[in-house]
Structure formats: structure tokens, C-alpha cells
Design a binder for this molecule. Sequence first.
Ligand code: PFF
Length: 459
Amino acid sequence: MTHVTQEKWSSGTAFLLAAIGSAVGLGNIYRFPYVVGENGGGAFVLLYIAIVLVFGIPLVMTELVIGRSKQLPPISAYRTLSEGKKSRPFWTLVGFSSVLTPLGILGFYFVIAGYTLNYVFAMIMGKFNDLVPGQTEAAFQDLLASPGTLIFWMTVSLVVTAFIISRGLKAGLEKAVNILMPMLFFILLSLVIYSAFNGGMVETFKFMFTPDFSKIGANTILEATGQAFFSLSLGSATIMVYGSYLPKDVSIPKMACGVAFADTFVALIAGFAIFPIIFNNGMELSSGPGLVFETLPVIFDQMPFGQVFGILFFLLLAFAAITSTISLFEPAVSNLEEKGIFTRRKASLVVGFGLWCLASLSALSLNVFKDWHPLTFNSTLENKNIMDLLEYLSANGMMLVNSFFAAIFIGWIINRKDVLDELGLGDSYLFKFWRLIVKVLVPVVVGYLLLDFLGYGFF
Ligand code: PFF
């Protein structure tokens, strides 16, 4: 049973803002800087940009084509587009897998979004003023060891997200991104200017743009691809669903370039907000997740107006997280609503409750269930707790799987003519070039990365 026609974005700009909101998230501001730090800077940044250009933009276009051509959510889109094909059940399964993936991501993403809210609160309360050495590490470890606090802030981020989703596309998502995205850009810019006045810009430039190719290995390529896919929200149905609300007269290639450009720009700018103050204070760069939650509070404590900028920084992270969590929440709700199984409100409640259970389990795996490693049959998985598993399997594995099949679907299964009409590039060289990438290059490279992920890599 197919339900009412879906709401549409009011304009291409509304879509763009929401899709950029989805792409710009913890991946850009919290993860990108430390992954760059861990992988030696310039060479990784260049590799990352190349991957966004060669695979990222074509794959965003691919997902938009799948979403918009029938203006249906992923499961129905795959089902309808493969009508009459023997492989139809398989493609419906791919639709299911695309819709389940963002739920897996939310299982850990809500917990980290909760950290950021906790830090906004802690900063406002002056918890990080007049620090003594080691205090921020202890505070972060304390947070991870406190199930109640983690679950409380995770719940806040989940309730805000579910509330926005339950209000629908225009009154919920569009309104939220219209408020949050300008604030996000404003805060980010203020932080960069603040950093610029405090020195360390030259070192940052050198660090981010001087490539040392000896630092690139097979693993770096996997890491950079994973980071690019995660950052562009690929392989998790969100771009597809946002695409299904895109009016037919909006150009897909332009939108895809806009999203990829803005997302990469914000990731780089986040580097320029964070690295200068680190270099200037002689702090360690490659401190993993601790970079944001342990190192930065120390620096904010030492800087003029540090508390204000600390509050702004964690607010920035929280806003970025919420505009991403709404996009991760939408595919499941959109499918349930379209099938007429639930109203949007009920769907938000049901999905929200399921996610609350999953994210609570994830929060508990940092403390109460710390030593519970459920998947012991495989050497890569045997030391991972629930939260690590959700991240590894959904954000690394399933995103690649879904992207791989989306490319095969568009490249080999759907009629060339239908794709041509939807994309609006005409039968040009650009179209042929895009199609070649999607048909051949993406399956080969992403297929290889998948083999590598499964432990069968041969480089
Ligand atoms: N792109 C988001 C980030 O960089 O944090 C994360 C994300 C959002 C991944 C939506 C996948 C997705 F569908």
C-alpha cells in the first residue's frame, strides 16, 4: 500500500541547506581533525579531497537519482525501479539494508552527540575553569564511566531529533536547518577568526597542505575513503531520502557539487579553528577523540575569553550533530509513513524508542558492559564492545556495501535513458564520464575496499 504523496522541499536551497546539515556533523568537526592528525596531515588531506572529487560527488549524484526518480523512500525506490527484473527481491533487500544502516549509526552517534551537550553544559557551569593538570582527562573518563549522565544527554539529543522529525519536512526539518545552519557557520567563522588572532596559522597551513607521501599506505586509503563516505553521508539512505523530496526542476549535479564542496570546506575550516590553538599551546596533536574533549578545554582555560569560545565550540558541535541526526532518523520514518504503517508522529515515537534502547546499550558498553565483547568469532571484532561494533559495522562496513550496490544499480540495472533524463546533463561527455565512474571505477575500488574490510585485501 502506498500512502499520500510526499512533501517536497520548498526550494533547491532548502534541500541544499538540509543536505549540507546532514553532511556537516561530528565527522567534520570532531573526527576529521584528529584523523588528519593521526595520519600525518597534508598527504591525507590531499588524498581525502581527491576521493571526494572522484567518488564522493558521483556517488551523491547516484543516490539523488535513485531517491528522486520515483520520489519514493529507499525501500520502495529500489523496489519500484527494479520492477520486472528477476533480481528485484535482492534490490529490495539493498533498500532495507540502506534504511537499517543509519539506525546503526545513530546507535553510537546519539551517544557522542550527548557528550557534546554535556560539554556545553559543563562549560557554561565553569567546570573547566582554573584547571589543574590531568583534570580534563579525568573529567572525560568520568563522563564515560557514568551511565546515568551519558544516557541523560543521549536522551536529550534523541528527543530533540525525534521532535523535529515528527513535525514533518517543512515545519520540522526545514525550519530546524534554517535556524541551526546559519548559527553553525557563524560560530565556526568566529572560532577561525579567534584562532587567527591567537597565532599558529602558518604552522596549520604547513601541516594541512604539505604532503608527505611516505605517510600514505593501503590503510590510509581505507581510512580516507571511510572518512569521506561518512562525512558525505553516503551509503546510509539519507541523501536518497532527502533526494526524494527534491523538486524535479532542481539540478542534481549542482546540488551534489554544492554539498560536497560545503562539507569539505567545513572539514578544512574546522582544522583551521582547532590546529592553530593546539600548535600555539604546544599540545599533542594525535590524541584521538581526546583532542576535542580533553585537549581543547585545557586550551580554552588558558585563552582570553576562553570560556565563551569553549561554550561556542561545543554548541557548534551539538548543532552539527543534530542536523545530522535528523537526517539519519528520517529514512526509517519516511519508509514507515509512506507504507501507511504509521503516521509520521507514531513512526517517530516507535523509531525513537527502538533507538533509545540501542543507544542506551551503546552508552552502557562504555562502562557497565565494558568487557562484553559479543562477537568473538572474528579476530577484528572480538575486542569490540557494542558501541565500537556499531561504529565499525555500520559506519565502515555497511556504508561501503550500500554505496557499492547503489553504484551497480544505477550503472548496470536501471535503464540508461531513465538515468539520463533524471540527471539533466544531456548525453554529454560529462554524463558519460560520470557513468563510467559509477559503472566501473566505484564498483572496482569500493569492491576492493570491501574485500579489505572483510580481511581479504591483497595490497
Ligand atoms: N555526515 C555526518 C558527519 O560527518 O558527522 C554523519 C552522517 C550523517 C553519516 C548522515 C551518514 C548519514 F547518513
